[in-house]
Design a protein around this ligand. Structure first.
Ligand code: SAM
Length: 241
C-alpha cells in the first residue's frame, strides 16, 4: 500500500468521505488515507491524528515526502483530542477493534458537534459501534463488507439522524451482522459468518464440557442465541459462496 494505491479496505473508506469536506483520520499511522484523499482532490484539507510516536513520525514523514504539509496537519494525540470542535466535517477511524473505535467516539463526544459523517472500519466487533451509534443518535446510512488477503472487513457510515431507521424488529440480529449487510448478503458476508459460527460452535462445545455447568449456563444461552442468529442468516447461503 502507498499513497497512490490504497488497500481495497481503505479505498472503500475513502469512497465515503464527502467531496470537498475537511476530514480527520484518527489512528492514521502512515497517513496513507489523508495523503490519498488530498492528492486525488477528494478533499482539500485533512488532519492525521496518531497517538503513538512511531506511527506519528511515519505520518509526518509521509506527508512531507508527498509535499502535502500545507493541506494535511499531522497531530499527535489520543483520539479526537487532536481536533477542535467544528474543525472537521467528517471523521474516519480505520483498522482498529470496534470497542476501541467506540471508546474513541465516546471519549471525544464533545468534538463531534458539527461533524456530519463518520466513516468507521472496525477489524472486529462492529456490533459495539452499531450500538454506540444508536445510543448517540447517529444513523447508520451505509455498510460495506469485503474480503482482502483472506480477511473480511466491514465499513460503517453514519450521519446524524434517526438511529433506528435502518433496523427492523430483528434488532439484536441486525446489530450483530449489520442491517444493510444482512439485506445484501454478499460472498464476504457469508464467509465471515460461516467462520464466526464455526468459532462459536467450538466455544459452545467447551462450555458444555465445563465442570461448573450452573456457572456456564448463562454464557451458554448467550452463545446459543448468537449462534442461532448466525445460522438464520446463513440459511439461504448461495451455492457459490
Ligand atoms: N488507519 C490505518 C489503517 O487503517 O490502515 C492504520 C491502522 S493501525 C492498525 C491503527 C493505528 O491507530 C495505530 O497506528 C495506532 O497507534 C493508532 N491508534 C490506536 N489508538 C489510538 C487512539 N486512541 N488515538 C489515536 N490513534 C490511535
Amino acid at each position: 500500500m502507498n499513497i497512490n494505491q490504497l488497500s481495497k479496505r481503505l479505498m472503500c473508506v475513502a469512497s465515503y468521505i464527502p467531496s470537498d469536506s475537511t476530514f480527520a483520520d484518527i489512528g492514521s499511522d502512515h497517513a496513507y488515507l489523508p495523503c490519498y484523499a488530498v492528492k486525488n482532490h477528494l478533499v482539500k484539507k485533512a488532519v492525521a491524528g496518531e497517538v503513538v510516536e512511531g506511527p506519528f513520525q511515519a505520518a509526518k514523514q509521509q506527508v512531507e515526502e508527498a509535499g502535502l504539509v500545507d493541506s494535511i496537519d499531522v497531530r499527535k494525540g489520543n483520539g479526537l483530542e487532536v481536533i477542535s470542535k467544528g474543525e472537521v466535517d467528517c471523521i474516519t477511524i480505520a483498522g482498529m477493534g470496534g470497542s476501541l473505535i467506540a471508546s474513541i467516539l465516546e471519549n471525544g463526544k464533545a468534538k463531534l458537534e458539527g461533524v456530519q459523517r463518520l466513516v468507521l472500519q472496525p477489524n472486529l466487533n462492529a456490533r459495539g459501534i452499531r450500538q454506540w451509534l444508536i445510543d448517540h443518535h447517529w444513523e447508520l446510512i451505509a455498510e460495506e463488507i469485503m474480503e482482502e488477503d483472506g480477511k473480511v472487513y466491514e465499513v460503517l457510515v453514519a450521519e446524524k439522524g434517526q438511529p433506528l431507521k435502518p433496523y427492523s424488529d430483528k434488532l439484536e440480529q441486525e446489530l450483530l451482522v449489520g442491517p444493510f449487510l444482512m439485506k445484501e448478503k454478499n460472498q464476504a458476508f457469508y464467509r465471515k459468518w460461516k467462520r464466526e459460527a464455526g468459532q462459536l460452535e467450538v466455544v459452545l462445545k467447551n462450555l458444555k464440557k465445563a465442570e461448573n455447568q450452573a456457572a456456564a449456563e448463562s454464557k451458554k444461552q448467550a452463545v446459543l442465541s448468537e449462534l442461532n442468529w448466525m445460522k438464520e442468516v446463513l440459511r439461504d447461503e448461495k451455492e457459490d459462496s
